[in-house]
Design a protein. Structure first.
Length: 73
């Protein structure tokens, strides 16, 4: 298995959503976590809560990685 990228938080499961700028983690009142696709608000081609792992997606946009130790000061 390949290690996850530094600075990219895991979004439950493996696949493109874990590194996508359009995805965010949503936790229900019962504590269950889901990945929410932000593109679903404006484009019906994208599922609101995609079935993971997503291996191919036309809307994938790589999330910018946050800097490491240089930001600490």
């Amino acid at each position: 298995m390949a290690p996850e990228s530094a600075g990219v938080p895991p979004l439950g499961g493996r696949g493109l959503c874990a590194a996508c700028a359009n995805a965010r983690m949503v936790t229900s009142a019962r504590g269950t976590s889901f990945v929410l696709c932000g593109l679903s608000r404006t484009d019906e081609r994208f599922a609101r809560y995609p079935r993971l792992p997503v291996l191919a997606c036309a809307g994938f946009a790589r999330r910018e990685e946050r800097g490491g130790r240089d930001e600490e000061a």
